[in-house]
Design a binder for this molecule. Sequence first.
Ligand code: PLP
Length: 501
Amino acid sequence: MLLPPEPGCAYRRASEMTIPSLVKDDALDKRLYEAVADRLEGLIGDGTLRPGDRIPSVRGLHRKWSVSVSTVLEAYRRLEDRGLIEARPKSGYYVRATPRALPEEPGASNPPKRARRIRGSMAYRLMAEVNRPDLVKLGAAVPHPDLLPLDALNRLIARALREAPALSHGYAVDSGHAPLRREIARRMLDAGCTLSPDDVVVTSGAQEAVYLSLRALTRPGDTVVVESPAYYGHLETLEALELKALAVRTHPREGIDLDALDEALGATRVAAVALVTSFSNPLGSVMSDAKKRALLDVLEAHDVPLVEDDVYGELPFEGPRPHAVKAFDRHGRVLYCSSFSKTISPGVRIGWCAPGRALDTIARLKLVANTASPAAPQLAIAGFLEGGGYDRHLRRLRATYRDHVRRMTAQIALTFPAGTRATRPAGGHLLWVEMPRGVDSTILYEAAARENISIAPGPMFSANGRYAHCMRLNAGLPWSQRLEDAVATLGRLAQRQLRGR
Ligand SMILES: Cc1ncc(COP(=O)(O)O)c(C=O)c1O
């Protein structure tokens, strides 16, 4: 609720202020209503519009900025969602006197310092839900098809099948379709990596890239360092390969704690470190360039290789994509893994590995595992990347994910029990929510399932059964009233658990 203005504080009306114009560039690469909302948010941020000010009427801004009434309305709705303005009946829109507080961020984790064998998790069940149309899928980290360039991809797959039937139906051996490996190498320049197409092995998603990398680096019984919380796909891979997980303290913004990592590598013989280095899953943490370099120093000192999972690296909310650790790797120590699952299509199963000095081993293991990844999707994705539409699509996708993460955070602030914390990721489409300790996310999962909502309960992300009061939410869905209501329902179910009924 908005606090009333302090006594004696008269509201300023929009007519008393100079509202700068909408700069044309503001609207590049964004939907227009987003540009309008962002511009107004900037004016609130820099104090041009102050708490309690009445902002221009919908028609006033429509005339002043030459944008449609519906654009202004949608922009105002976004600003309301962000907790920055509020509508007052028969009066107009006002800058909130106290912006709605966002949930606090979680602190760094503190996992036990012992390596553990992993035991089966709920991942199978979560993945089984991804194709259920009746569910609001806040659980699996799968982007909704409506946000992906599926029409363009479908056309390109059809063209590949029509115009290059022999290639499309053949084995894409030689580590994958050469034009795709070329495009991947070209795109990796943006991550700071200078690679030749021959340094790249095309895989069936990032999952296979990580699996093959860990398979190449370890023997059963070995120990692998992971983040805490860690992506459950990595934990499951460790389980399948009969490896032990050693979880290391991780900060929700900055990623793994390097002092703790150094200590762990000094105390335990470790075969590999497996990290999501930019916009991690589930925390959304991103390591700075300096930290990525320092990580390599630690790994060099202990002579340990890194499996770098970078599936979210192309999804920053602002600015250029972060460098990969691979960019600073002078000795081929990093086995870089990524895919197009979060940006183009998860179902075509196209990913890649740039394995450094493990190149020959990975190429051989890929051949043994399944000979090659399907050819037609490789041709289509190569065509999509060559065609130049990818960057435009990425700009839209980043803005959408940013908006949805913000909205979801605002909805959590409104509807979850007091004391709930949530991450503030700077990219990707995931939120990690830490609820008060009286909430059990596995019980919440069952209760939410009865309301046709899926979530990813916290213990899935732990080698030690931790994070019972946490969950991960997927914001990679089109925003809708149903989605907003689903988040509110989760808040209500969590409140109910706390009250003990
Ligand atoms: C960190 C991380 N790595 C790998 C994957 C799997 O990616 P793919 O579908 O390309 O195998 C996911 C999917 O959620 C992920 O979040």
